[in-house]
Design a protein around this ligand. Sequence first.
Ligand code: NAP
Length: 350
Amino acid sequence: MTTTPTPGTTANAGRHAIMPKTMLAIVQDEYGPAGDVLGLEEVPVPVPGVDEVVVRVHAASIHVGDLVAIEGDPIIARFATGLRKPKTPVPGTDVAGTVVAVGETVTRLRIGDEVFGWCTGAFAEYASGAEDHFLPKPANLTFEQAAAVGVSATTALQLLRDRAVFGAEVLINGASGGLGSYAVQIAAAFGAEVTAVCGPGNVETVRSLGADHVIDYTKEDFTLGGQRYDFILDNVANHSLARTRSVLTERGVLQSNNGTSGGRLFGTLGTVIKTAVISKFTGRQAPPSIKFTNRQDLLVLKDLIEDGRVTPLVDLTFPLPQAADALAHVRSGHARGTVVITVLEPGTRP
Ligand SMILES: NC(=O)c1ccc[n+]([C@@H]2O[C@H](COP(=O)([O-])OP(=O)(O)OC[C@H]3O[C@@H](n4cnc5c(N)ncnc54)[C@H](OP(=O)(O)O)[C@@H]3O)[C@@H](O)[C@H]2O)c1
């Protein structure tokens, strides 16, 4: 690996390894179903901004927000992602790879570092992001596992922190998906007594993640059982808010993390507004939790991962050209853990 710019390589203001000028990336020019709007194209390799790094992507993962950004659905989300068409033509945020270029003010990361975190345009051979958005990859994780941390794990951490305390009875509805599989592990790591609700095919998986009790939703309705919970994290919203709150302990709290009452225009915003209003009248309903990824939370997760208390659950992996199939699998709503896109080293592609 060299830091000397070489003829035929991308020039930038900082330092960089030998890099091609172009790369393969998943590109979208319009909103719609992944299978209709995503294509594999040759595009320029990104150049790092002064405080950014470029990574050679080994793996990227998919979270539900990626679907929103690609489909432009609910429509209100387009205020953030681009009104008429996606602002960012290459989708994907959660990533793991090797640093190949650094901007002028980058001090923590060096070329050759193996990292994980968040970037812009992760579904590509190279992607860029702020230095702050990356940490060294835990040595006990593969690139596929490290790419699977990102938004799902940090959201789970933020929703459970201060709630899934030692000895608390915690129920996770939707325990086997991208977010739920982290929620179970994080709540167990914090010392909570965890009840996980999932389908029949995932009972053993969530038990292995650390759930003390498992409810198969095809056999039992958790809102009709006698058990009471100090905290419920509801990733599914298949019961009314009032019915879900009915199985809380006296001081228990429901955190709603899903909802469809806003239709195609507003999506989960209907539930967000409803829970915001209800939370003003009762402490049993947590206010909506709008979360942003941040370095501090990624550091906490890195510690939990290196201690062996949290291990990313990787579902199926798909090569980059099959990104649309990967997104369709997430869209099915029955992923087991996190779906990952793997990216071959550019020189080795067929
Ligand atoms: N992932 C994120 O970063 C993120 C961030 C913020 C908010 N959220 C929200 O959190 C929710 C879950 O996200 P996710 O990434 O975990 O989704 P996901 O990966 O699609 O997982 C959905 C899970 O829900 C389970 N499920 C489906 N029907 C169920 C039912 N009736 N009862 C219990 N479980 C059921 C599925 O399990 P079976 O296959 O066993 O049915 C599946 O494991 C979504 O509403 C999403 O918008 C996610």
